[in-house]
Design a protein around this ligand. Structure first.
Ligand SMILES: Cc1cc2nc3c(=O)[nH]c(=O)nc-3n(C[C@H](O)[C@H](O)[C@H](O)COP(=O)(O)OP(=O)(O)OC[C@H]3O[C@@H](n4cnc5c(N)ncnc54)[C@H](O)[C@@H]3O)c2cc1C
Ligand code: FES
Length: 284
C-alpha cells in the first residue's frame, strides 16, 4: 500500500498527489512514469513522475480526471492509500546541454514538462517554456515552470489568460526570430503532431512523450505499441519519448480510441466515493 501524503487541487478536475513510494523515489528521473492501481480490482493507469523526494521517499503525480480510474483517484484524500504503484518505468528524458531548448506543455502535459525544465536548466540550457490549455481554469504550475525558464509564455484557446490561440503559434514566432536547438512537447496527441509538423522543415529535433494505452508497462502485453520511423516500438520500454518527426500520430489516435465504448459505459456505471454520479467529459 502507498499512502497519499498530500493532495491539492491544481486546476479543474486536476489534482496533485504526493505519494509514499521510497523504492520508486530512489531511482526516479525526469521523463519516467509509474503505473498505479487505486484498489485491488483497479485498472492499471500510467502517470508521469512530476517530482520526487528521495529524502521523504515520495513521488509526485498530477492526475486529470477523464474516466473511471482517474475519477476514483481524484476522490481520494491525503491519508488514504492506493494499493500499488510500480516504477520508475520508461527511459528518462535526454538531458544535456543543447543550447536553446523550447519546452511545450498542453493540458496535463504542463505537469510533465516541469521536471524537464528544471533539469534542462540545470544542464546549462536556455529554457523557453510555453504552456497552453483551453482556458485559464485548466492552467497550473505557472510559477514553478517560470522559475526555470528564461522566457515563459501562456496561451489559451479562448484568450482567458495569456495569448489567445495555440502553443504552436508562439513556437512559430520564436522559430522565425532565432535559432532553436531542441524542442520537447508533451500533451494532447494532436498538439504534439502540430508541433512536430511545424519543426520538421527546419530539422529541429522534437521529442514527444507518447500516451498510448498501457497495461503491464514492462513490454510484455503489446498494448502500447506505436509506429515510429516505420518500426513498431513499445512506448513503455522503448519510450515514452520519441522523435516526433518519426511518429505515426494517426495510428496512435486511432489506437487510443479503441476502447471508447467500454470506457464510456465504465464511467457511467461508476459511482464516485462521495455517492454522486460524477459527470465527466471523456478526454477524446
Ligand atoms: C506514459 C504515460 C504517462 C501519463 N501521464 C499522465 C499524467 O501525468 N497525468 C494524467 O492525468 N494522465 C496521464 N496519462 C494518461 C492516463 O494514464 C489516462 O488518462 C488514464 O489511464 C485514464 O484512465 P481512466 O480510467 O480514468 O479513463 P478511461 O475512461 O479508461 O480512458 C480515457 C482515455 O484515457 C486513455 N487511457 C485509458 N486507459 C489507459 C491506460 N491504461 N494507459 C494509458 N492511457 C489510457 C485513453 O486514451 C482513453 O481514451 C499518461 C499516459 C501514459 C501512457
Ligand atoms: S504496456 Fe504492455 S507492452 Fe507496453
Amino acid at each position: 500500500m502507498h499512502k497519499i501524503i498530500k493532495k491539492k487541487k491544481m486546476a479543474e478536475n486536476t489534482n496533485i498527489f504526493e505519494i509514499h513510494a521510497p523504492v520508486v523515489a530512489k531511482k526516479a528521473k525526469s521523463g519516467q512514469f509509474v503505473i498505479l492501481r487505486v484498489d485491488e480490482k483497479g485498472e492499471r493507469v500510467p502517470m508521469t513522475i512530476v517530482d520526487f523526494d528521495r529524502g521523504r521517499g515520495t513521488v509526485t503525480i498530477v492526475a486529470q480526471e477523464i474516466g473511471k480510474t482517474t475519477a476514483q483517484l481524484g476522490g481520494l484524500r491525503a491519508g488514504d492509500s492506493i494499493v500499488d504503484l510500480v516504477g520508475p518505468l520508461g527511459h528518462p528524458s535526454e538531458i544535456m546541454k543543447f543550447g536553446t531548448v523550447v519546452l511545450i506543455g498542453g493540458g496535463t502535459g504542463i505537469a510533465c514538462i516541469y521536471p524537464i525544465a528544471r533539469d534542462m536548466k540545470k544542464a546549462g540550457n536556455k529554457v523557453i517554456s510555453i504552456i497552453g490549455a483551453r482556458n485559464k481554469d485548466l492552467l497550473f504550475f505557472r510559477k514553478e515552470i517560470k522559475s526555470f525558464s528564461s522566457e515563459f509564455y501562456v496561451t489559451t484557446d479562448d484568450g482567458s489568460e495569456g495569448q489567445k490561440g495555440f502553443v504552436s503559434d508562439v513556437l512559430k514566432k520564436i522559430m522565425s526570430e532565432r535559432k532553436v536547438d531542441r524542442v520537447v512537447t508533451i500533451g494532447p496527441v494532436i498538439m504534439m503532431k502540430v508541433v512536430s509538423d511545424l519543426t520538421e522543415s527546419s530539422g529541429v529535433k522534437t521529442m514527444v512523450s507518447l500516451n498510448p494505452i498501457m497495461v503491464d508497462g514492462t513490454g510484455m502485453c503489446g498494448s502500447c505499441r506505436v509506429s515510429v520511423g516505420g518500426e513498431t516500438k513499445l512506448a513503455c520500454v522503448d519510450g515514452p519519448e520519441f522523435d516526433g518527426h518519426e511518429v505515426d500520430f494517426s495510428n496512435l489516435m486511432l489506437r487510443n480510441r479503441m476502447f471508447c465504448a467500454e470506457e464510456k459505459s465504465s464511467m457511467e456505471r461508476h459511482v464516485c466515493v462521495c455517492g454522486k454520479r460524477k459527470k465527466l467529459t471523456l478526454g477524446k
